[in-house]
Design a protein around this ligand. Structure first.
Ligand SMILES: NC(=O)c1ccc[n+]([C@@H]2O[C@H](COP(=O)([O-])OP(=O)(O)OC[C@H]3O[C@@H](n4cnc5c(N)ncnc54)[C@H](OP(=O)(O)O)[C@@H]3O)[C@@H](O)[C@H]2O)c1
Length: 235
Protein backbone atom coordinates (compact mmCIF):
# COMPACT_ATOMS: atom_id res chain seq x y z
CA UNK A 1 0.00 0.00 0.00
CA UNK A 2 1.01 3.57 -0.45
CA UNK A 3 1.06 5.15 3.01
CA UNK A 4 1.12 8.69 1.65
CA UNK A 5 -2.35 10.11 2.15
CA UNK A 6 -3.67 6.85 3.65
CA UNK A 7 -5.79 7.02 6.79
CA UNK A 8 -4.73 4.91 9.77
CA UNK A 9 -6.01 4.10 13.24
CA UNK A 10 -3.52 2.84 15.83
CA UNK A 11 -4.93 1.50 19.11
CA UNK A 12 -2.63 2.13 22.06
CA UNK A 13 -0.86 4.71 19.91
CA UNK A 14 -0.07 6.86 22.95
CA UNK A 15 2.91 4.81 24.14
CA UNK A 16 5.53 2.20 23.30
CA UNK A 17 5.21 0.18 20.10
CA UNK A 18 1.94 1.85 19.03
CA UNK A 19 3.46 5.30 19.40
CA UNK A 20 6.48 4.23 17.33
CA UNK A 21 4.19 2.84 14.61
CA UNK A 22 2.07 6.01 14.59
CA UNK A 23 5.27 8.06 14.26
CA UNK A 24 6.46 6.10 11.23
CA UNK A 25 3.02 6.18 9.58
CA UNK A 26 2.82 9.95 10.08
CA UNK A 27 6.35 10.43 8.70
CA UNK A 28 5.35 8.38 5.64
CA UNK A 29 2.51 10.82 4.96
CA UNK A 30 -0.45 8.94 6.46
CA UNK A 31 -3.26 10.68 8.33
CA UNK A 32 -3.21 8.99 11.71
CA UNK A 33 -5.60 8.69 14.65
CA UNK A 34 -4.38 7.15 17.91
CA UNK A 35 -6.35 5.73 20.82
CA UNK A 36 -5.64 5.13 24.51
CA UNK A 37 -7.36 5.47 27.86
CA UNK A 38 -5.08 7.91 29.66
CA UNK A 39 -6.23 11.25 28.29
CA UNK A 40 -3.15 13.31 29.17
CA UNK A 41 -0.69 10.85 27.72
CA UNK A 42 -2.86 10.49 24.61
CA UNK A 43 -3.10 14.26 24.11
CA UNK A 44 0.67 14.70 24.54
CA UNK A 45 1.42 11.93 22.04
CA UNK A 46 -1.09 13.28 19.52
CA UNK A 47 0.41 16.78 19.80
CA UNK A 48 3.94 15.47 19.29
CA UNK A 49 2.88 13.35 16.29
CA UNK A 50 0.37 15.71 14.68
CA UNK A 51 -2.14 12.85 15.00
CA UNK A 52 -5.83 12.86 15.93
CA UNK A 53 -6.46 11.61 19.51
CA UNK A 54 -9.47 9.45 20.33
CA UNK A 55 -9.75 8.59 24.02
CA UNK A 56 -11.22 5.11 24.03
CA UNK A 57 -10.93 1.74 25.75
CA UNK A 58 -10.89 -1.08 23.18
CA UNK A 59 -12.52 -3.37 25.76
CA UNK A 60 -15.70 -1.22 25.76
CA UNK A 61 -17.98 -1.71 22.80
CA UNK A 62 -19.48 1.79 23.05
CA UNK A 63 -15.96 3.29 22.98
CA UNK A 64 -15.10 1.22 19.89
CA UNK A 65 -18.23 2.39 18.05
CA UNK A 66 -17.48 6.00 19.00
CA UNK A 67 -13.88 5.56 17.80
CA UNK A 68 -15.10 4.75 14.28
CA UNK A 69 -17.68 7.56 14.22
CA UNK A 70 -14.93 9.99 15.22
CA UNK A 71 -12.44 8.49 12.73
CA UNK A 72 -14.83 8.78 9.78
CA UNK A 73 -15.88 12.30 10.80
CA UNK A 74 -12.23 13.34 10.95
CA UNK A 75 -10.76 11.52 7.92
CA UNK A 76 -13.83 10.39 5.88
CA UNK A 77 -12.73 6.76 5.73
CA UNK A 78 -10.24 4.22 7.09
CA UNK A 79 -7.51 2.42 5.14
CA UNK A 80 -5.50 0.79 7.93
CA UNK A 81 -6.21 -0.51 11.43
CA UNK A 82 -3.27 -1.33 13.69
CA UNK A 83 -4.62 -3.46 16.54
CA UNK A 84 -1.85 -2.80 19.03
CA UNK A 85 -3.42 -2.04 22.44
CA UNK A 86 -2.55 -4.75 24.91
CA UNK A 87 -0.97 -5.64 28.23
CA UNK A 88 0.09 -8.66 30.20
CA UNK A 89 -0.56 -10.37 33.51
CA UNK A 90 2.22 -12.89 34.10
CA UNK A 91 1.31 -15.35 36.89
CA UNK A 92 1.45 -19.07 37.54
CA UNK A 93 -1.77 -20.95 36.84
CA UNK A 94 -2.21 -21.80 40.54
CA UNK A 95 -2.26 -18.06 41.38
CA UNK A 96 -4.39 -16.91 38.44
CA UNK A 97 -7.39 -14.82 39.46
CA UNK A 98 -10.39 -14.93 37.17
CA UNK A 99 -10.62 -11.11 37.19
CA UNK A 100 -7.02 -10.75 35.92
CA UNK A 101 -7.54 -13.42 33.28
CA UNK A 102 -10.73 -11.72 32.07
CA UNK A 103 -9.12 -8.27 32.06
CA UNK A 104 -6.35 -9.47 29.75
CA UNK A 105 -8.77 -11.20 27.40
CA UNK A 106 -11.13 -8.19 27.40
CA UNK A 107 -8.41 -5.95 25.93
CA UNK A 108 -6.09 -8.30 24.01
CA UNK A 109 -8.80 -10.54 22.51
CA UNK A 110 -12.33 -9.05 22.72
CA UNK A 111 -10.97 -5.52 22.21
CA UNK A 112 -8.99 -6.55 19.14
CA UNK A 113 -12.06 -8.37 17.81
CA UNK A 114 -14.35 -5.34 18.28
CA UNK A 115 -11.87 -3.02 16.60
CA UNK A 116 -11.38 -5.46 13.71
CA UNK A 117 -15.12 -6.08 13.35
CA UNK A 118 -15.88 -2.41 12.83
CA UNK A 119 -12.90 -2.01 10.48
CA UNK A 120 -14.01 -5.09 8.53
CA UNK A 121 -17.56 -3.77 8.09
CA UNK A 122 -16.05 -0.63 6.59
CA UNK A 123 -13.43 -2.49 4.50
CA UNK A 124 -15.92 -5.00 3.06
CA UNK A 125 -18.04 -2.10 1.77
CA UNK A 126 -14.99 -0.36 0.32
CA UNK A 127 -13.52 -3.65 -0.98
CA UNK A 128 -10.16 -2.54 0.38
CA UNK A 129 -8.31 -2.30 3.68
CA UNK A 130 -5.41 -3.43 5.84
CA UNK A 131 -5.31 -4.81 9.37
CA UNK A 132 -2.10 -5.27 11.35
CA UNK A 133 -2.46 -7.23 14.58
CA UNK A 134 0.38 -6.85 17.05
CA UNK A 135 0.78 -10.36 18.41
CA UNK A 136 3.88 -11.56 20.19
CA UNK A 137 6.30 -14.44 20.24
CA UNK A 138 3.92 -15.41 23.09
CA UNK A 139 1.43 -16.20 20.29
CA UNK A 140 3.46 -19.11 18.97
CA UNK A 141 4.80 -20.97 22.00
CA UNK A 142 3.75 -21.31 25.62
CA UNK A 143 5.79 -20.62 28.75
CA UNK A 144 5.45 -20.86 32.52
CA UNK A 145 3.28 -18.04 33.96
CA UNK A 146 1.84 -17.39 30.50
CA UNK A 147 -1.76 -18.56 30.99
CA UNK A 148 -3.43 -15.16 30.61
CA UNK A 149 -1.05 -13.26 28.33
CA UNK A 150 0.20 -16.11 26.13
CA UNK A 151 -3.32 -17.50 25.97
CA UNK A 152 -4.60 -14.11 24.76
CA UNK A 153 -1.93 -13.83 22.07
CA UNK A 154 -2.60 -17.40 20.86
CA UNK A 155 -6.25 -16.33 20.56
CA UNK A 156 -5.27 -13.22 18.60
CA UNK A 157 -3.19 -15.36 16.26
CA UNK A 158 -6.14 -17.69 15.73
CA UNK A 159 -8.51 -14.80 15.04
CA UNK A 160 -5.98 -13.34 12.62
CA UNK A 161 -6.15 -16.51 10.53
CA UNK A 162 -9.97 -16.46 10.56
CA UNK A 163 -10.15 -12.81 9.54
CA UNK A 164 -7.59 -13.38 6.80
CA UNK A 165 -9.69 -16.20 5.35
CA UNK A 166 -12.88 -14.12 5.50
CA UNK A 167 -11.48 -10.85 4.24
CA UNK A 168 -9.05 -11.71 1.45
CA UNK A 169 -11.94 -11.92 -1.07
CA UNK A 170 -12.57 -8.24 -0.27
CA UNK A 171 -8.93 -7.28 -0.94
CA UNK A 172 -8.25 -6.89 2.77
CA UNK A 173 -4.79 -7.85 3.98
CA UNK A 174 -4.58 -9.14 7.57
CA UNK A 175 -1.04 -9.26 8.91
CA UNK A 176 0.24 -10.57 12.26
CA UNK A 177 3.45 -9.05 13.65
CA UNK A 178 5.07 -10.93 16.54
CA UNK A 179 7.65 -8.93 18.48
CA UNK A 180 9.85 -10.63 21.03
CA UNK A 181 10.94 -8.49 24.01
CA UNK A 182 10.85 -4.75 23.28
CA UNK A 183 11.96 -1.93 25.59
CA UNK A 184 8.65 -0.23 26.47
CA UNK A 185 6.57 0.24 29.63
CA UNK A 186 4.97 -3.18 29.04
CA UNK A 187 7.31 -5.06 31.39
CA UNK A 188 6.99 -2.54 34.24
CA UNK A 189 3.18 -2.56 33.86
CA UNK A 190 3.25 -6.36 34.15
CA UNK A 191 5.46 -6.11 37.25
CA UNK A 192 8.46 -7.63 35.47
CA UNK A 193 12.04 -6.35 35.72
CA UNK A 194 13.65 -4.95 32.55
CA UNK A 195 16.90 -3.06 32.03
CA UNK A 196 15.61 -0.26 29.84
CA UNK A 197 19.16 0.87 28.95
CA UNK A 198 20.11 -2.45 27.34
CA UNK A 199 21.41 -1.64 23.82
CA UNK A 200 20.98 -5.25 22.61
CA UNK A 201 17.20 -5.32 23.10
CA UNK A 202 14.59 -4.29 20.51
CA UNK A 203 13.07 -0.79 20.48
CA UNK A 204 9.57 0.22 19.48
CA UNK A 205 10.92 1.67 16.26
CA UNK A 206 12.34 -1.73 15.23
CA UNK A 207 8.79 -3.09 15.29
CA UNK A 208 7.43 0.02 13.58
CA UNK A 209 10.01 -0.43 10.81
CA UNK A 210 8.90 -4.05 10.31
CA UNK A 211 5.23 -2.96 10.20
CA UNK A 212 5.93 -0.20 7.69
CA UNK A 213 7.98 -2.52 5.45
CA UNK A 214 5.21 -5.13 5.42
CA UNK A 215 2.53 -2.55 4.66
CA UNK A 216 4.48 -0.93 1.83
CA UNK A 217 4.60 -4.12 -0.22
CA UNK A 218 2.42 -3.88 -3.33
CA UNK A 219 -1.24 -4.73 -2.57
CA UNK A 220 -0.99 -7.70 -4.96
CA UNK A 221 0.55 -9.63 -2.09
CA UNK A 222 1.12 -9.50 1.63
CA UNK A 223 3.22 -10.97 4.40
CA UNK A 224 0.89 -13.06 6.54
CA UNK A 225 3.02 -13.20 9.68
CA UNK A 226 6.25 -11.59 10.69
CA UNK A 227 8.32 -12.37 13.79
CA UNK A 228 10.97 -9.99 15.09
CA UNK A 229 13.82 -11.15 17.36
CA UNK A 230 16.70 -9.22 18.84
CA UNK A 231 19.82 -10.66 17.19
CA UNK A 232 21.84 -11.39 20.34
CA UNK A 233 19.99 -10.01 23.38
CA UNK A 234 22.00 -9.88 26.59
CA UNK A 235 20.39 -9.34 30.00
N1 LIG B 1 6.98 -4.73 24.90
C1 LIG B 1 7.13 -5.99 24.56
O1 LIG B 1 8.12 -6.65 24.94
C2 LIG B 1 6.11 -6.65 23.66
C3 LIG B 1 6.46 -7.85 23.04
C4 LIG B 1 5.52 -8.48 22.21
C5 LIG B 1 4.29 -7.91 22.00
N2 LIG B 1 3.96 -6.74 22.62
C6 LIG B 1 2.63 -6.19 22.37
O2 LIG B 1 2.75 -4.89 21.85
C7 LIG B 1 1.58 -4.15 22.13
C8 LIG B 1 1.95 -2.79 22.68
O3 LIG B 1 2.66 -2.97 23.91
P1 LIG B 1 3.82 -1.98 24.39
O4 LIG B 1 4.99 -2.81 24.68
O5 LIG B 1 3.95 -0.83 23.48
O6 LIG B 1 3.19 -1.54 25.81
P2 LIG B 1 2.97 -0.09 26.46
O7 LIG B 1 4.19 0.75 26.27
O8 LIG B 1 2.50 -0.39 27.85
O9 LIG B 1 1.78 0.56 25.61
C9 LIG B 1 0.50 0.01 25.61
C10 LIG B 1 -0.45 0.97 24.91
O10 LIG B 1 -1.74 0.36 24.83
C11 LIG B 1 -2.71 1.22 25.43
N3 LIG B 1 -3.78 0.40 25.98
C12 LIG B 1 -3.69 -0.61 26.89
N4 LIG B 1 -4.89 -1.11 27.14
C13 LIG B 1 -5.78 -0.43 26.38
C14 LIG B 1 -7.18 -0.49 26.20
N5 LIG B 1 -7.95 -1.36 26.88
N6 LIG B 1 -7.76 0.37 25.33
C15 LIG B 1 -7.00 1.26 24.64
N7 LIG B 1 -5.68 1.37 24.77
C16 LIG B 1 -5.07 0.53 25.65
C17 LIG B 1 -1.91 2.05 26.44
O11 LIG B 1 -2.54 3.29 26.75
P3 LIG B 1 -3.54 3.46 28.02
O12 LIG B 1 -2.95 2.67 29.15
O13 LIG B 1 -3.57 4.95 28.25
O14 LIG B 1 -4.86 2.95 27.57
C18 LIG B 1 -0.63 2.27 25.65
O15 LIG B 1 -0.79 3.32 24.72
C19 LIG B 1 0.75 -5.02 23.09
O16 LIG B 1 -0.28 -5.68 22.37
C20 LIG B 1 1.76 -6.03 23.60
O17 LIG B 1 1.15 -7.24 23.98
C21 LIG B 1 4.84 -6.09 23.44
Amino acid sequence: MNLKGATALVTGGSNGIGLAIAKRLTAAGAKVAITGRDERRLAAAARALGAHPIRADVAKEADVLRTYTDMVRQFDHLDLLVNNAGFGVIKPLVEMELADFERVFATNVAGAMLMAREAARHFVQRKSGHIVNIGSTAAVRGAAKGTAYYGSKFALRGMTECWRAELRPFNVRVILVNPSEVLTDFYAAAGLPQNTENPTKLRGDDIAHAVQSALEMDDRGFITELTVFATNPKD
